[in-house]
Design a protein around this ligand. Structure first.
Ligand SMILES: [Zn+2]
Ligand SMILES: [Zn+2]
Length: 180
């Protein structure tokens, strides 16, 4: 699988990928975007390398694993540990499933840490089971996240009940918490 090498949107030189920050950076000293951190999904989108977002089940499979809707990917490379900010914001704002991208019923599942921090967005029951089966890190000793069935009323974003919170922004995603 070829690692994607998108060009800089400003100077068209190839961006460098930083494994420390999991973002692309322009290293061209003559570019106005020198040193600017560019999220993976943005770089892929701006360069036209992003694969189209496919919704629904079954998910496309890469390397034997189902590709979640919110994962940034190209025709032949998946950034498993990055999030597509635009899709994640849409999942937040429109109550869509982060695994399949389809609409959710009034009550849906979230994976929440013992402190109530939601791992990004909500999911269908089937998609939650899929995520836990194929992404064991979601419920590992690091996060200790457990599935919870919630409605939007049980969630808050950055300290505000979800209904009063401003919309999630692709570059400043909401952090959801379970409040009840
Ligand atoms: Zn540049
Ligand atoms: Zn789903």
């Amino acid at each position: 699988m070829a690692f994607p090498e998108p060009p800089c949107a400003e100077c068209a030189e190839q961006l460098e990928y930083s494994v420390e920050i999991l973002r692309y950076v322009c290293g061209n000293f003559e570019c106005s975007a020198l040193g600017m951190e560019i999220p993976v999904w943005r770089a892929l989108q701006q360069s036209g390398l992003a694969a189209p977002a496919t919704t629904g089940l079954p998910r496309p499979v890469r390397g034997g694993l189902p590709v979640p809707w919110v994962a940034p990917w190209t025709a032949d490379y998946v950034f498993w540990f990055a999030l597509d900010g635009a899709r994640c914001a849409a999942a937040h704002n429109q109550w869509l499933c982060q695994v399949c991208g389809d609409e959710l019923p009034d009550e849906a599942w979230v994976l929440a840490t013992p402190e109530g921090q939601v791992l990004q967005a909500a999911l269908h029951k089937k998609c939650k089971d899929l995520a836990l089966e194929f992404c064991p890190h979601l419920s590992s000793a690091d996060t200790r996240a457990v599935p919870m069935l919630v409605s939007r009323d049980a969630l808050s974003a950055d300290g505000h009940p979800l209904r009063d919170a401003g919309p999630s922004d692709p570059l400043y995603l909401q952090q959801w918490e379970v409040t009840t």
